[in-house]
Design a protein around this ligand. Structure first.
Ligand code: HEC
Length: 102
């Protein structure tokens, strides 16, 4: 019986790690679909907006969220579109990815 529990626990850990790994890459995917045409990260992307390779050393998570929901708040002339309508799960995944860019 103990062995069955141990095997089950091992499976659960693997499943959790897989989910965590996908959460990271989901944010990256959203970035490449919605942001990369204007922003460079690690040498790839468009030049309309500033490079974001080290954005997390400059902006905190909450500042990033404010920027994404209302780009004109910090820059009235901003040509960046608002991402206010992004589903919460996607916003969280995206912020999780941006936070790693230091
Ligand atoms: C149509 C082009 C465009 C798209 C698409 C776009 N941005 Fe921007 N972004 C800009 C421009 C231009 C600026 C600079 C002006 C400003 O501060 O608003 C900017 C500024 C920013 C800043 C502030 C950078 C700094 O150094 O102050 C962040 C963070 C940012 N964008 C993140 C994103 C993310 C994340 C996405 C995708 C969800 C995205 N942007 C999509 C054009 C864009």
């Amino acid at each position: 019986m103990k062995r069955v529990v141990a095997v089950f626990a091992a499976f659960a850990v693997v499943a959790l790690l897989t989910v965590a790994a996908q959460a990271g890459s989901k944010g990256e995917q959203i970035f490449s679909q919605k942001c990369a045409m204007c922003h460079v990260i690690k040498g790839k992307g468009g030049a309309i907006g500033p490079e974001l390779t080290k954005i997390a050393s400059k902006m905190k998570e909450n500042d990033l969220k404010v920027k994404l929901e209302n780009p004109k708040k910090t820059n009235p002339n901003s040509s960046m579109p608002s991402f206010k309508t992004l589903p919460k799960a996607e916003m969280d995944a995206l912020l999780g990815y941006l936070k790693t860019l230091k």
